[in-house]
Ligand binder design. Structure first.
Ligand code: GDP
Length: 316
């Protein structure tokens, strides 16, 4: 991939896609190709094929997906499995047909069995039952991995698959019904502070453990692996450390400056008890995460204040 290569980012308005676009631009790549949902509906096979035939990108980052937190996954299983299968099948196949040199498919750590040994190694894929709240999404992503591997075996298509841990950062979804835990807590603590509420409700028991990777790190790793990695095996992308949801809530409380109480609501699902990735393979490629969690949360809170939080009424 050189600075003038034509690079298509599918999903450039999403959390990961927008971070990849920022990273590529910062590195001096000048030929970045994007399409809004209105310009190109990735669910439509004929439209996707036409786009690839006309534009003939050389490299593809497949960051387009229907995504959401534990509640959204649980509520819309049909949409999660259908849209993700369609998007990835259309893009991977059209990319291969049009002669794309290399494609990077982005999956998720939820592809692993619910009770996989921790930290989760890439070899644990398909060794046990999935977490039921997001198995629809996970099955679609596993199909995407297998499709990349099958196209590599049969057609010699250079497709790699990366499995990020829980991501967060600028551009995240802060809608309380569909978001992941970190943006949800930032918003809940912010609104509680603004309203002077005595407590913030955190779903579940607070005991599950999660690993959080800043999306700028994810984008940096994706560009790095696109350059140096070309094998069938999937690669985990994480930081190698996790925290409990209760600890995360404390980090967020500090970043926001909220002084009230934190209460847990065990009637909401905990999901999988722990999800920490084994990042040995990633580290062997010479890459490590750089953004510390506290700093990343503070920076994401600033982005939220500037871009999402409703402006405060100012007394004149
Ligand atoms: P998961 O990693 O796929 O389970 O997805 P989430 O990021 O949605 O949830 C992670 C954990 O955070 C689960 O144990 C949730 O119950 C917990 N959690 C606590 N408060 C919230 C919240 O306000 N929103 C979400 N999405 N999760 C929360």
């Amino acid at each position: 991939m050189d600075k003038g290569s034509s690079i298509y980012i599918a999903g450039h308005r999403g959390l990961v896609g927008s971070a990849i676009a920022r990273r590529l631009r910062a590195l001096g790549f000048t030929n970045i190709l994007t399409r809004t949902h209105k310009e190109l509906d990735l669910l439509e096979q004929a439209a996707v094929r036409r786009f690839f035939e006309i534009e003939k990108p050389e490299y593809v980052f497949l960051a387009a997906a229907k995504v959401g937190g534990i509640h959204a996954n649980d509520s819309y299983p049909a949409e999660f499995i259908r849209d993700n299968l369609l998007i990835q099948t259309n893009v991977i196949d059209a990319a291969w047909r049009s002669g794309v040199k290399k494609l990077c498919f982005l999956g998720s750590s939820c592809i692993y069995p619910k009770l996989a040994p921790q930290p989760i190694n890439e070899k644990h894929l398909l060794t046990g039952p999935l977490e039921p709240t997001n198995e629809w999404y996970a099955i679609a992503k596993i199909a995407g991995i297998k499709m990349c591997q099958a196209y590599r075996r049969q057609y010699d298509f250079s497709a790699i698959s990366l499995m990020p841990t829980n991501l967060y950062g600028p551009g995240d979804n802060f809608d309380l019904q569909s978001s992941h835990v970190l943006p949800a807590l930032l918003r809940k603590f912010h609104e509680a502070k603004e309203a002077g509420s005595a407590e913030v409700v955190v779903w579940g028991t607070g005991k599950p453990r999660r690993e959080f990777l800043h999306v700028d790190d994810m984008a940096d790793a994706s560009v790095h692996l696109m350059r140096v990695y070309d094998e069938e095996q999937i690669v985990n992308v994480g930081v190698g450390q996790d925290v409990t949801i209760a600890e995360l809530a404390e980090y967020v409380r500090d970043a926001v400056g909220y002084t009230g109480r934190v209460v847990f609501d065990p009637s909401m699902p905990d999901g999988t008890p722990r999800k920490l990735l084994d990042v040995t393979r990633l580290h062997a490629t010479g890459w490590r995460a750089k953004v510390p969690l506290d700093e990343g949360i503070r920076q994401t809170y600033e982005w939220y204040l500037e871009n999402v939080a409703p402006p405060r009424l100012m007394a004149l």
